[in-house]
Design a protein around this ligand. Structure first.
Ligand code: FES
Ligand code: MG
Length: 591
């Protein structure tokens, strides 16, 4: 790129170089001067590239971007652009109460206003922790200015006492050991700390790694961007190249709407199965598709994703962590396998300016222990099973983490393979679960199904990762690690629980889970994709007279606004009406 101004008139020139509004132009320009930008720069007609900074002390998973941004700026400048950095709403998955999921749409709204209302020609979306990726992509879609994703990358691999300790996983596993009396609290804490050895987001294939892999699968980041560990030199180099490319896509006028097609989303669904990706990918992809104006159906997970095998040997579905995954070839190597085996659309345009197929040339895996060949997967049919019945219209189950032990115990009883009946024990929210789970009068055994409600977008509010309920201590002590669970909330992407989750509509919206009672028999038919409480319709009608189980009152103004306008997890838990706003950058804001 040269320093020559662009032939096409850029969006930012409506602010900085508008003869019809010279009075306003003076006002727009002057305050950028006060930290040293010159009027010549802003009036040069060079692309002004926003850097949406998601890292801060409050989002430690993304904090590496505070450093990386220097290389992004270098890249932007070298390509002839002008960088302008600004903060996004912080979202730290593990720390934000009652859940960071409540903030995804808030961060989305905030970023839409910034991208629309300021003189930006393109944007680098810095991503990492779970919701930071979908919120940024949702906003870039709504506004539809050229946008490129820069992932922050996972932490280095964690180790505890000579064994890999993955983020999230280490906590779920040691929580079970603590409950079974195998370790004390001190060791529990130390294992958790050891699982987080450097800057970066979760090093397991949790929601963060998943969503960054899927940003790449959608075609929104440079090839190989998602998996590079945050602390590796390649991460800084990727930041530089991403900055450079951000300027080029403005010159090429390559926008999210050119990239985010239905085929791109189907590629993401397939990739998610092959990486053993998080169940949170379901609402997040649904939300991104809604804002991109793409029709994506809940059934797409079954139709396009279910039969894809698990290829990534990465926790929680496999054995390794982010460093080995990256060295094995990362997401491009997974997608290469899918493409070679006719399971990926290679024609999709991407932010590199090339098609996905072109990007993946020569990207075969380098370590077959970590990334398996398509013909020798870790598991067959590893996608999400989509279920429905009188408890919900839609829920999913992540088959890549369903253990052999669980399959043998629940899914392979001779004569009725794939059918499970159990007695429900119902909890209203996680406080109720924690208070009562070890109560002997609940009479929980291996034929129990644990049910949690009040954990959806409206009920929690925000939808909580609480469906992966741990069995009571006496069950764990007998060596049974998990019971079937059902809920209208979500589960952590790092969990290996066999849960039926994201049930929609949720209990708080009058979904079937509102009417189930402890002691009811639940029948799950995995072959038919059904999940029902075996309760007469008349009895369900009678129970409706009891009303919907209570949920906590609104605690903040945003909670009230959110609850009044959010839809269900099946549809992405997006704000009603927000998806009506499409490609809004076409109409410049008034002066
Ligand atoms: Fe932020 Fe996992 S908690 S990435
Ligand atoms: Mg999470």
């Amino acid at each position: 790129m040269s320093d020559k101004p662009v032939a096409r008139r850029l969006r930012s020139q409506d602010w900085f170089d508008n003869p019809d509004h010279i009075d306003m132009t003076a006002l727009y320009l002057e305050r950028f001067m006060n930290y040293g930008i010159t009027p010549e720069e802003l009036r040069s007609g060079k692309p002004i590239i926003g850097i949406a900074q998601s890292g801060s002390d409050l989002t430690p998973c993304n904090r590496v971007h505070v450093e990386l941004v220097k290389r992004v700026r270098d890249g932007i400048r070298d390509a002839g652009g002008i960088p302008i950095e600004f903060p996004t709403h912080p979202m730290f998955e593990n720390c934000k109460r009652p859940t960071a999921a409540l903030d995804r749409n808030l961060a989305y709204l905030g970023l839409v206003e910034i991208l629309y209302g300021y003189p930006l020609d393109g944007v680098v979306l810095t991503t990492g922790c779970d919701k930071t990726t979908p919120s940024a992509i949702m906003a870039a879609s709504t506004v539809d200015i050229p946008a490129i994703v820069l992932s922050g990358g996972p932490m280095l691999d964690g180790w505890h006492e000579g064994k890999l300790a993955g983020s999230g996983m280490a906590i779920w596993q040691s929580r079970r050991k603590l409950a079974a009396g195998e370790i004390d609290e001190e060791e529990f804490l130390q294992t958790a700390l050891d699982s987080a050895p450097s800057v970066g987001h979760c090093n397991t294939m949790g929601t963060a790694s998943t969503m960054n892999a899927l940003a790449e699968a959608l075609g929104l980041s440079l090839t190989g961007c998602g998996a590079i560990p945050a602390a590796y030199r390649e991460r800084g180099q990727m930041a530089y190249r991403t900055g450079k490319r951000a300027v080029e896509i403005v010159l090429e006028d390559l926008k999210p709407s050119d990239i985010l097609t239905r085929e791109a989303f189907l590629n993401a669904i397939r990739t998610n199965s092959a990486i053993g990706g998080s169940t949170n990918a379901q609402p997040h992809l649904a939300a991104m598709a809604k804002h991109a104006g793409v029709e994506l159906y809940p059934e797409d997970w079954q139709v396009h994703g279910f039969d894809i095998p698990l290829l990534a040997n990465v926790q929680p579905a496999g054995a390794y962590l982010g460093e080995r995954y990256h060295r094995a070839g990362g997401t491009p190597a997974i997608m290469w396998e899918l493409l070679e085996n006719g399971k990926l659309n290679g024609d999709c345009p991407t932010v590199t300016g090339k098609t996905m197929g072109e990007n993946l040339k020569g990207r075969e895996a380098k370590d077959r222990e970590v990334i398996r060949p398509f013909a020798e997967p870790l598991k067959e049919r590893a996608g999400f099973l989509v279920l429905k019945g009188n408890l919900f219209d839609f829920a999913i189950m992540k088959m890549s983490v369903v253990s052999e032990d669980f399959r043998a115990r629940y899914l392979q009883e001779p004569g009725r393979e794939g059918v499970f009946e159990g007695k429900a024990v119902v909890f209203d929210g996680s406080e109720d679960y924690h208070k009562r789970i070890n109560d002997p009068s609940l009479d929980i055994d291996e034929n129990t199904i644990l049910v949690i409600r009040g954990a959806g977008p409206i009920g929690w509010p925000g939808s909580a990762e609480v469906v992966n309920m741990q069995p009571p201590d006496h069950i764990l002590k007998r060596g049974i690690k998990s019971l079937p669970t059902i809920g209208d909330g979500r589960q952590s992407g790092t969990s290996d629980s066999p849960s039926i989750l994201n049930a929609s509509p949720e209990s708080a919206a009058g979904g079937g889970l509102a009417w189930i009672r402890s002691g009811d028999i639940v029948r799950i038919d995995f072959n038919l994709g059904r999940c029902d409480m075996l309760v007469e319709d008349a009895e369900i009608e009678r129970r409706k007279g009891d009303g919907i189980p209570a949920v906590p009152p609104d605690a903040t103004p945003w909670q009230r606004i959110y609850r009044r306008s959010v839809n269900q997890l099946s549809d992405g838990a997006v704000l009603e009406g927000a998806a009506d706003f499409r490609q809004i950058a076409r109409n410049p804001p008034r002066h």
